[in-house]
Design a protein around this ligand. Structure first.
Ligand SMILES: [Zn+2]
Ligand SMILES: [Zn+2]
Length: 652
């Protein structure tokens, strides 16, 4: 039936000029990039983006009949196809940047400043990849960009290079546990992550602006608000599927404008807070200082795990100098406050690179392309803490390993390689496989000598920010070495959460612990944690989280924030221990006889943020819980099981 309607639409399209399919869309993008648009072309492209904006923010914009793809995928692939054609026609980076900036500005997708910054930062990488990589299909770029947590079919890319498996060594039949640790003292580690320092943060500045991130000196208040949650039915009336393609009726743009106009209001938002802001603002320098100085008051710390993201979210105006400066500041401040006797083990976040999120293979040397500059500069900044071997692998993969106590090894894993926003994945997805092979070699060496391992990795396992094969193979690695890995610690989400890995038989095998964030960016309170570890197994005995309430802190800018212990994992959740089995039991308890623990988990998830916690209803609570059991992207069976149990419990 759908196909029939589509055919009718094609037949009718000579009468109704407002219909557009993907080939026409690509042609249109090409004209725009070549600066050959007529007036009505510009109107058409404005309409297309009027549609793209709300569609891209709606996860439900999936068309059910063939379950294949999504309208944002159509627009994205058409735009990338046009870009690819022009690169092959010989347009220079400068010409392409200028054309894209112009269209970006006239469409008001983001602010003018954002357009002018983000395009020239990314174009050299994109054109390099397009020129050198025959497999770099528009669909691969878009499939990664638009990947979401719920559905593998939003924009499937079917690029066989992304399908790989990792070789795992046979398990030694005799467990090598003979490293007799002479330590009878527990190990105390600080978990701290995601400082996101904005050196240009302005207290009382603009916290609600037209840009992606605010609170920086020189920003102006928001001029427009767009309603982005347009109901799916509005789209479905105007978009028709024909086989794998869509035909879009551009009158949809008018429908969306009418709905958006209705809610456009003048806004007068409160100014930015002194200690930070729950809105899209990074942290002032003094808020970072406060976190580190507060941690330094704990006198019994052995080691600090810092899990990445030093740099702000003003991703359109990052510079090498600014990144370098903040990277130095972060580590120097820790050294100063903690002293030279406390080891700091750092890990690279996706914001440390230039431009943000881009991690090139070490074979890439070109100016504006390579990531070697970052690895080399971090090897110098972190020199005090790292061994020569650690510096050598840091320079290659941004990853390293160090024995930090007899019997305990830390692996700092730069899993930003596998981040879906890393364009270099399209250049060579196997670089991330090589990194995982290195991880396996290091874990195997540790296993053979009976060491225990803590893994630090910025991006947590199983999230839609990592590509599918990586999450699946990583899950295999963790399972294979579950006797060696005593703990994993992550950052990146800024929320406070943990994840349980399951083995093939469905039994809980390992736990990855989120560290939260030292910034309030995107509506969280700041936090750090102190984990105590068993001196022999190096498994966590307890994890205690410390926070302050940002609203309260901002009411008294002249006083230091009032830090307090939010919870202690073991006692707050009444756990015997923090093993995978215990954490798994807790998850099932939370949706059956102990809903209070689910409430606690929801409160702790946002670190009792005034912005988020009061808005966390039952759906939010169960969504939070769902994330704990998804360590392979799209493997959501256990999540659905927990969801069903929860709704059964509350309906009784
Ligand atoms: Zn972050
Ligand atoms: Zn991050």
């Amino acid at each position: 039936m759908k196909v029939f309607i589509g055919l009718l639409l094609i037949l009718g399209s000579s009468f109704a000029s407002r219909l557009i399919n993907s080939d026409e869309l690509q042609e249109l993008f090409t004209k725009v990039l070549k600066n050959e648009t007529a007036d009505n072309d510009l109107k058409t492209i404005q309409d297309v983006f009027e549609i793209y904006r709300p569609a891209s923010s709606s996860l439900k914009m999936q068309f059910e009949s063939n379950g294949r793809t999504d309208v944002t995928c159509l627009i994205c692939t058409s735009a990338f196809a046009a870009l690819r054609d022009l690169v092959f026609e010989g347009q220079t980076d400068e010409m392409l940047s200028e054309a894209i900036i112009n269209i970006c500005i006239s469409l008001r997708i983001v602010s003018d400043r954002t357009c002018k910054g983000i395009v020239p930062l990314n174009i050299p990488i994109l054109t390099y990849i397009i020129k050198t990589t025959p497999e770099a299909a528009p669909r691969t770029f878009c499939g990664l960009l638009l990947q979401n947590a719920d559905n593998p079919n939003t924009c499937p890319y079917n690029d066989p290079r992304f399908e790989w498996t990792i070789d795992l060594p046979e398990e030694n039949p005799i467990q090598n546990d003979q490293i007799a640790t002479s330590n009878s003292e527990v190990l105390r580690a600080v978990l701290v992550t995601d400082a996101h320092i904005d050196p240009l943060y302005e207290p009382n500045g603009v916290a609600d602006c037209d840009e992606l991130t605010c609170c920086r000196k020189g920003q102006t208040p928001r001029s427009d608000t767009y309603k982005t949650d347009i109901p799916d039915s509005v789209f479905k009336k105007r978009i028709h599927e024909v086989k794998d393609d869509f035909i879009m009726d551009l009158d949809l743009a008018d429908d969306i404008r009418n709905l958006s106009n209705a809610i456009r209001t003048a806004r007068n938002s409160p100014r930015a807070g002194y200690w930070g802001d729950y809105r899209n603002c990074d942290s002032p320098l003094w808020a970072y200082d406060d976190v580190i100085e507060t941690i330094a008051k704990h006198k019994d710390i052995d080691v600090v795990y810092y899990i990445g993201d030093n740099i702000d979210h003003h991703v359109w105006e990052t510079t090498y100098e600014l990144i370098d400066g903040v990277n130095s500041y972060v580590i120097d401040k820790m050294k100063k406050e903690f002293g030279e006797n406390i080891l700091v083990v750092p890990c690279i976040g996706n914001h440390e690179s230039q431009p943000t999120n881009q991690f090139a293979p070490s074979t890439i040397k070109g100016d504006k392309l390579n990531t070697t500059w970052l690895y080399n500069s971090l090897a110098k900044k972190w020199d005090f803490y790292l061994t020569e071997d650690a510096k050598a692998t840091l320079k290659k993969y941004g990853s390293f390993t160090m024995l930090i106590r007899p019997g305990l090894r830390v692996i700092s894993l730069n899993n930003n390689y596998a981040y879906r926003y890393n364009w270099w994945l399209v250049y060579d997805p196997l670089e991330s496989k090589r990194l995982m092979e290195w991880l396996v070699r290091e874990l195997h060496k540790a296993e053979l000598v009976g060491e225990k391992v803590h893994i630090l990795a910025h991006i947590p396992p199983g999230v839609h920010n990592l590509y599918y094969t990586w999450t699946r193979e990583y899950n295999r690695v963790i399972n294979r070495f579950s006797k060696t890995i005593a703990g994993e610690f992550n950052g990146h989400t800024h929320s406070d959460e943990f994840k349980v890995f399951y083995n093939e038989a469905g039994a809980p095998a390992a736990v990855a612990w989120g560290a939260g964030s030292a910034t309030a960016y995107s509506g969280y309170n700041c936090n750090y944690k102190i984990a105590t570890f068993d001196p022999n197994t190096y498994e966590p005995r307890n994890i205690v989280n410390y926070v302050y309430n940002l609203t309260e802190a901002n009411l008294a800018p002249n006083r230091r924030p009032h830090w307090f212990q939010l919870y202690d994992m073991k006692n707050s959740f009444q756990l015997d221990d923090l093993s995978a089995a215990s954490m798994n039991n807790l998850l099932y308890r939370m949706v059956t006889e102990d809903l209070l623990s689910l409430d606690l988990y929801a409160a702790f998830y946002s670190k009792i943020s005034d912005r988020r916690w009061p808005n966390c209803n039952n759906y939010c609570k169960i969504d939070n819980l769902c994330k704990t059991v998804v360590t392979v992207l799209w493997h959501r069976e256990r999540c659905e099981e927990l969801r069903n149990l929860f709704f059964k419990t509350i309906s009784n």
